[in-house]
Write a protein that binds this ligand. Structure first.
Ligand SMILES: Cc1cc2nc3c(=O)[nH]c(=O)nc-3n(C[C@H](O)[C@H](O)[C@H](O)COP(=O)(O)O)c2cc1C
Length: 422
């Protein structure tokens, strides 16, 4: 497919301030075994709505064919500095001008060496040097044998590139294609995707500490039984992901859920409401008080209001013909209210999962807990689902965030929080 430089730069601009949708991502592939993983990355970027172009080094084509990448991306693949599909024959200029970000995955030791020294002897290296650095990010995902990675020459080159503003993603530690184990594995496609999402999102919470609780709690009755609720943790995890994309240092305290941790989010798993309170207190106590004032606490977890007064040490046995056991409950600590009562205290945000009268119950809860912002939602309609809608309540009134994916809502929610911070 012929494509000239005018067509290259006249494509629509990014549609969203957040993440990948509508963003222009140039994937640059150099010659390493991990190039097969880049195929999955390209597919996932397409699914996330990114506009993609692909550049390969000549040697990379020995690992994965240009045809594979062309089929996956639906775009021509560029290898040649002299590519005549670009009318002015300056692919190295036009491709860099087009891109919001260039990600080299895998980045070979050789490519790193060339970039660190400003060597421009193929399309990939030349376009990285020629890109407009003020608006086109360069991210690199090294992948190589552990001896190649730890070699002083490679380490020097990595340090030079980092000093020049290159964003390093990995490498990871683990089994290598050469049969060894150590540092040098390329990050997994899902991690690279999330890293790109981060890099391309607005830094609304740059450097702020953000503590988030998510999921249900589980209140034990005996060693095998307990009381919980239907919260899946999806909303809280989406908020943790968005806060991290926005540049916050995120600590996520999660009840029992089956969800993967978002990229760069520090996670603590807990079971009961008491465990969750201890973890929240520990996280806040570990911050210096001047940081607490600028921190954000978002209480998304559906914490059980009550727990059984006694936990049987052995499984309560079913006794035929005898009466059923009765449970006595005691109240759990109110984690959100206790954080809001601290001095200094973080900016506190609550969630209310109601089944009716969102505005009335939500506002009553906000006032009772003495917090500046509360998001009310219909619990039984959203628990476990991928979609949600929120009613935001603060002292100025209410604002609706209409039905959307939890990821999208989380980003809008973070924007709403950021706009209320001093
Ligand atoms: C089978 C094989 C696997 C290789 N795997 C890697 C690798 O994972 N990482 C790396 O930096 N180099 C690797 N190399 C060496 C590079 O392919 C070689 O340095 C090449 O010249 C790099 O070219 P490029 O940087 O232009 O893509 C490998 C070589 C071979 C033959």
């Amino acid at each position: 497919m012929a494509q000239n430089s005018k067509e290259l730069i006249s494509q629509p601009l990014a549609e969203s301030r957040w993440g990948l949708h509508g963003k222009r991502v140039l994937i640059a592939v150099s010659a390493g075994v991990a190039a097969y993983k880049t195929c999955i990355l390209v597919r996932d970027l397409m699914r996330a709505g990114a506009n993609i172009k692909i550049v390969m080094t000549e040697a990379a084509r020995a690992f994965v064919s240009a045809e594979t990448f062309q089929a996956l991306s639906g775009e021509p693949v560029y290898t040649d500095l002299w590519d005549d599909r670009i009318s002015n024959r300056m692919a190295h200029i036009e491709l860099g001008r087009w891109a919001d970000a260039i990600m080299i995955a895998p980045a070979s030791a050789d490519v790193m060496a060339r970039l660190a020294h400003g060597i421009c002897n193929d399309l990939l290296s030349t376009l990285c040097l020629a890109r407009p650095r003020d608006r086109c990010l360069l991210l690199i995902a090294p992948a190589m044998n552990k001896e190649m990675w730890s070699h002083p020459a490679t380490q020097r080159n990595a340090a030079t590139l980092a000093k020049d503003g290159t964003i390093f993603l990995g490498p990871d530690r683990g089994d290598q294609a050469c049969g060894e184990t150590g540092d040098g594995r390329m990050l997994e496609p899902e991690d690279l995707l999330q890293a790109l999402e981060h890099a391309l999102s607005p830094k609304l919470l740059a450097g702020r500490h953000c503590l988030i609780t998510a999921g249900p709690t589980f209140e034990a009755i005996d060693p095998v039984r307990g009381i919980t609720n239907r919260s899946s943790g999806k909303m809280g995890f989406a908020i943790a992901r968005a806060a991290s994309q926005a540049g916050a240092l995120v600590q996520l305290i999660a009840g029992p859920v089956c969800l993967a941790s978002p990229w760069q989010v520090q996670r603590t798993d807990v079971v009961s409401a008491i465990d969750m309170k201890l973890a929240v207190d520990r996280a806040i106590d570990s911050l210096p008080s001047d940081k607490v004032k600028h921190a954000i606490f978002i209480s998304v977890a559906a914490v059980a209001d009550w727990r059984p007064a006694e936990i049987a040490s052995q499984k309560i046995k079913k006794q035929h013909g005898e009466s059923t056991p009765s449970l006595r409950f005691v109240e759990n600590p109110d984690i959100l209210a206790s954080v809001a009562a601290r001095s200094p205290r973080p900016f506190c945000v609550g969630f209310a999962a109601e089944s009716e009268m969102l505005h009335q119950y939500g506002e009553a809860k906000r006032k009772k807990k003495n917090i500046p912002l509360l998001a009310a939602n219909i619990g039984h309609e959203t628990f476990g689902q991928d979609l949600n809608q929120l009613l935001l309540l603060d002292e100025r009134g209410s604002e609706s965030l209409p039905l959307a994916t939890k990821e999208k809502l989380a980003q809008q929610f973070i924007e709403a929080i950021a706009s209320r911070l001093t």
